[in-house]
Design a protein around this ligand. Structure first.
Ligand SMILES: [Zn+2]
Length: 479
């Protein structure tokens, strides 16, 4: 970590001889090319002035001399970008508390300073981490969490909030509100469609954000009308490629079709024009989408990829990666034809991204990293996700917005986060390359500014080394 003292050559005089009238800052980042994510443009030769953990001024290089600063960071040739938000992660696994905890600083080393934790069976722990990060007791990204997610009775999930009627839903909502969760998450394993919709409506009535999957028994438009804030996983959107989606949902609800029969119907064909019209309706209704492509991609390439040398494995405990096995085993029997079908489906999902963007749907960048999601590595997977979006034909500026300002806006935090502006928190990345030209630049992190501190590359590498060492310790501990 860089000490905020005067240790730089050319501008030493302006630092060591403050005049009483000069405005004061703690840190001056100068000579930078500022990435304006909202405009999707670079602003050349800017100086950003930071006091404690806030941006207090942004001035052209030529006007920076009037400011006094305790420390400086020379951004010559570098690009200053808002830090990244991963809008879909899970910190889960009852036996994986230390295993998940050691990964929190790793997020920072990958330039991610905020995560939206989309429900967990470690909800009380995650809520504690949220406040520990906020108070500076724990080093990690800012956490926005759903706590426990809503599900139906006897769902396949562990640690969820299972409800079978409206009264149980209201009681559950009271509990989540008392825990001050940041949003409500709902999934569809055994939750009845009517109760699903009622849960969305109740959350919105209470002023809460609500994110969910899409049950076979509800049409996507019904979720939107109920007030859903975001759909998790773009795979569900393929159903909009069926003009009969509402009929299929109604038949599932009435019992005329089973979920399996509906799934089989949705495997037969896809009309792009119908989907595009659906995306425009989603945009109009203000429903955001978190595509989470990387998990599906990893599964589609499971049979032709050797992960045994992945460098990220040094941060993942043996117990953590043991969870990967259930999907690996479940897919072991897939035939080449099934593998091909899976790849085709993933390609079709990815191809929807530029179309969603064009329709005006707000996209949120999220990895869905979790111990249960095979080879979706925490922190690293967000960069892989962004790369997939670029391969799918998305513009870098749109991708960068989805990983910064869109997340902050969605969480109603854009007055403090998501872009580089006076008054906002200084959660900043210095990158070697221009992310507006190629989103892979987010992998070239030189320095991170976070919570009033500068982490240069050596400090970031130290965070990674510490995580690797802790992983070794966790592996040695008996279960
Ligand atoms: Zn998820």
């Amino acid at each position: 970590m860089l000490n905020l003292t005067c240790v730089f050559g050319g501008l030493l005089s302006s630092c060591s001889h403050p005049t009483s009238s000069a405005p004061q800052a703690d840190l001056r980042i100068h000579n930078i090319q500022l990435v304006d994510v909202e405009a999707g443009q670079l602003r050349q030769e800017q100086t950003v002035l930071i006091k404690a953990d806030r941006i207090v001024a942004i001035v052209p290089e030529a006007q920076a001399a009037q400011w006094q600063s305790k420390a400086e960071l020379d951004g010559q040739g570098q690009y200053l970008t808002p830090a990244l938000w991963d809008m879909h992660v899970h910190f889960e696994g009852r036996d994986l508390v230390a295993d998940n905890a050691l990964l929190l600083p790793v997020y920072l080393a990958y330039g991610i300073t905020a995560v939206r934790e989309a429900a967990s069976n470690l909800a009380p722990t995650v809520l504690r981490w949220r406040s520990e990060v906020a108070s500076g007791q724990r080093l990690g990204p800012r956490i926005f969490t759903a706590g426990q997610k809503f599900e139906g009775i006897n769902s396949l999930w562990d640690g969820d909030l299972e409800i079978g009627n409206e009264q149980q839903m209201l009681t559950g909502m009271d509990l989540l509100q008392s825990q001050q969760v940041d949003f409500i998450k709902i999934t569809e394993n055994t939750l009845a469609p009517d109760l699903y919709l009622a849960t969305i409506r109740e959350a919105r009535k209470r002023g809460l954000l609500v994110s969910s999957h899409v049950p076979y028994g509800t049409a996507i438009d019904e979720l939107a009308q109920a007030g859903l804030s975001s759909i998790e996983h773009a795979s569900y959107l393929l159903r909009l490629g069926f003009a009969t989606e509402a009929d299929i949902a109604a038949k599932v609800r009435s019992g005329a079709l089973t979920n399996q029969q509906a799934a089989a119907l949705y495997r037969q064909g896809f009309e792009q024009a119908s989907a595009d019209a659906g995306y425009r309706r989603l945009a109009k209704a203000g429903v955001a989408v978190t595509p989470t492509l990387i998990g599906g991609q990893q599964l589609a390439h499971l049979h032709d990829t050797d992960h045994s040398h992945d460098t990220f494995l040094q941060y993942l405990s043996t117990d953590f990666t043991a969870n990967y096995q259930w999907r690996i085993q479940r897919m072991a029997g897939e035939t080449p034809a099934q593998q091909q079908e899976r790849k085709g489906k993933e390609q079709l999902i990815a191809a929807q991204l530029p179309r969603l963007q064009q329709a005006g749907v707000v996209l949120l960048a999220g990895s869905d990293s979790a111990a249960l999601n095979t080879y979706v590595y925490p922190a690293e997977a967000l960069h892989a996700e962004l790369q997939l979006w670029q391969q799918a034909g998305m513009q870098s500026a749109d991708i960068l917005r989805a990983a910064t300002i869109n997340g902050a806006r969605f969480m109603q935090q854009s007055q403090l986060y998501g872009s580089i502006a006076t008054g906002k928190k200084a959660d900043l990345l210095l990158l070697k390359q221009n992310p507006l030209l190629d989103i892979r630049a987010t992998r070239q992190l030189q320095s991170l500014v976070y919570q009033g501190k500068v982490y240069d590359r050596a400090a970031l590498d130290q965070l990674l080394q510490q995580a690797a060492a802790q992983k070794q310790q966790v592996d040695l501990q008996p279960d």
